[in-house]
Design a protein around this ligand. Structure first.
Ligand code: GLC
Ligand code: CA
Length: 564
């Protein structure tokens, strides 16, 4: 039976490498997660999304899979995975995995076969094309399309004198979803994990399964590397929906599971209805990226820190567009960040001056939006971006490629400042459990340097501090899941209040019985705000007030949940 359990869930995303190391090799692992299940349970979340832990050469930290049916030894064994799922289930916590369908590692046996000869039975599992030659007779890639991780989306392979397509790193060849045998293999693998006991999937890079198979050059402008970042060549193309319907009808639909697709490449709300509308026959919901970067931190690496300011208006409009656009048509998830983004407290809060206030404020929004919220590990204690001052400390393949490109043109300090605000490493540093060496993450040497502020930002200290961000997240999760506001917060209507206000993100959540106002100040200054009416009671205030009048002077990063 389909229970749609995920509508009432609060998700928690774990990046296993960075979460907790149980055996002292410096890398987080599955037993590390098992040891922290009690912590997760006490947080109040009930659905874990765990990033890939399949066997992998780790070019892209596990998104480059070389065996879908096994656990990488760095993370543990299949028995550990089974135990983790069973112990989570015993605590009424569901577990979803990251399903990587778009590509494999170049060390996957299919690719090792595929590259051997043009008539190898696995040749057509990947996308191979002959070289082109320019006027001087130099070999050039089959098209001018860029990859997401810099450079061309094609890699030349001497073995057969052809190029293979790879829209991420060189070591992540794209699978050819036009091939029915390949599709059958992926469906069988998906089913195998459902039978293993998982409760669903976050489906990686799903917008890119179908490519423009006419392989014509993009006419858009090339970037500094001479390739064209024209994502329309392999994003959200209509052919891909056929593949998704097949997977849905043959496998996913037979289980009471949750599927969340990750849709990048400029997917809009109309696309989202095709992916995750109630009649879509594809996924239950999709993650979009539109609410990230409303502070100008991305783009021009020469930008000064003072030019990085949250645009509250566009941020609110973005949430509103998605919520209204999907209203009654499909379900949506919300998240502030994941393993591909900077820490939200650096993006939209102020970790230096208002760590606690802004951390609690951001949690208030996340946990009072309609849909299903996903918390990213460390967000619940306000973990921050990295403090690295050397490129050697970064691990992210994207960051390293960007560095190599920028360093010849820009001063080093500027490039590093740019990476400190944009790199994916920001979200991948070891979880800060306590103030002991290496933040209690490992007894060994951590694979990545812990952010220096772990002595003041850590779980242990926040456990005992009733006003901490951690305890605020617990309280907010309880409010959402168990109080009389549960229904209105999960299912109620959403309407922006004072939509043009440049400093305050405020909205009304309402159903037939209850009206709730959520008011959040996004500035490190006091701001005057007038409520629509006198509130009946205060359900949450990160400044601890018990009474609020209709005209309020909002304190820096103050957040309120009020009932009318
Ligand atoms: C997704 C993942 C990201 C990964 C990429 C390729 O965007 O979230 O971490 O690098 O897909 O698998
Ligand atoms: Ca380990």
């Amino acid at each position: 039976m389909k229970t749609q359990w995920w509508k009432n869930a609060v998700g928690y995303q774990i990046y296993p490498r960075s979460f907790h190391d149980s055996n002292g090799d410096g890398i987080g692992d599955l037993r590390g997660i098992i040891e922290k299940l009690d912590y997760i349970h006490r947080l109040g979340v009930d659905c874990l999304w765990i990033c890939p832990f399949y066997r992998s050469p780790m070019d892209d930290n596990g998104y480059d899979v070389s065996d879908f049916y096994d656990i990488d030894p760095t993370f543990g064994t299949l028995a550990d995975a089974k135990e983790l799922i069973e112990k989570a289930h015993a605590l009424k916590i569901r577990v979803i995995l990251d399903l990587v369908l778009n590509h494999t590692s170049d060390q996957h046996p299919w690719f090792i076969e595929s590259r051997k000869s043009t008539d190898n039975p696995r040749r057509d599992y990947y996308i191979w094309r002959k070289p082109r030659f320019d006027q001087q007779g130099n070999r050039i890639p089959p098209t001018n399309w860029a990859s997401f991780f810099e450079g061309s989306c094609w890699k030349y392979d001497e073995m057969t004198d052809e190029y293979y397509m790879k829209i991420f790193s060189d070591k992540m060849p794209d699978l050819n979803w036009e091939n029915q045998n390949l599709r059958n293999e992926m469906a069988a693998m998906t089913q195998w994990w459902l039978d293993f006991g998982v409760d669903g999937f976050r489906v990686d890079a799903i917008a890119h399964l179908a490519k423009d198979m006419t392989f014509t050059d993009s006419l858009q402008a090339a970037n500094s590397l001479g390739v064209v970042p024209d994502w329309s060549k392999f994003s959200n193309r209509k052919e891909l929906f056929g593949y998704l319907h097949e997977l849905h009808d043959n496998v996913l639909n037979k289980y009471d599971c949750l599927t969340v697709g990750e849709v990048g490449g400029g997917a809009n709300v109309t696309d989202a209805v095709n992916y995750a509308g109630y009649h879509a026959r594809a996924f239950n919901m999709v993650f979009n990226f539109d609410h990230i970067w409303h502070n100008g931190a991305q783009g021009d690496p020469m930008k000064k820190e003072t030019q990085i300011v949250t645009n509250v208006v566009t941020l609110k409009q973005t949430f509103d567009r998605w919520i209204q656009g999907m209203d009654k048509k499909g379900w949506i998830p919300h998240y502030w960040l994941n393993h591909d983004h900077p820490r939200v407290i650096n993006q939209y809060g102020d970790p230096q001056r208002f760590h606690r206030e802004s951390g609690c404020m951001l949690g208030t929004i996340l946990l009072t939006l309609p849909g299903t919220p996903f918390i990213y590990n460390g967000e619940e204690i306000g973990m921050t971006n990295v403090d690295y001052d050397d490129i050697g400390l970064f691990n992210d393949v994207w960051a390293k490629n960007i560095y190599a490109d920028l360093i010849s043109r820009l001063p080093k300090s500027q490039v590093l400042a740019y990476l400190r605000r944009t790199s994916r490493d920001n979200a991948r540093t070891p979880m800060q459990w306590d103030s002991s060496s290496n933040a209690g993450f490992t007894n060994g040497t951590p694979f990545q340097r812990v952010v220096g502020n772990y002595t003041v930002i850590n779980v242990k200290d926040q456990e005992t501090d009733s006003k901490s961000i951690l305890n605020a997240y617990r309280q907010l999760i309880r409010l959402r899941k168990h109080g009389h506001l549960h229904n209105v917060l999960v299912h109620g209507d959403f309407e922006l209040l004072d939509a043009e206000n440049k400093d305050v993100f405020a909205y009304r959540r309402s159903d037939a019985d209850t009206t709730v106002w959520v008011i959040a100040n996004f500035r490190g200054a006091t701001i005057d705000f007038i409520l629509p009416d006198q509130p009946k009671c205060v359900h949450y205030d990160n400044y601890g007030s018990t009474e609020i009048s209709q005209a309020i002077k909002l304190q820096p990063y103050q957040a309120l949940i009020l009932e009318r």
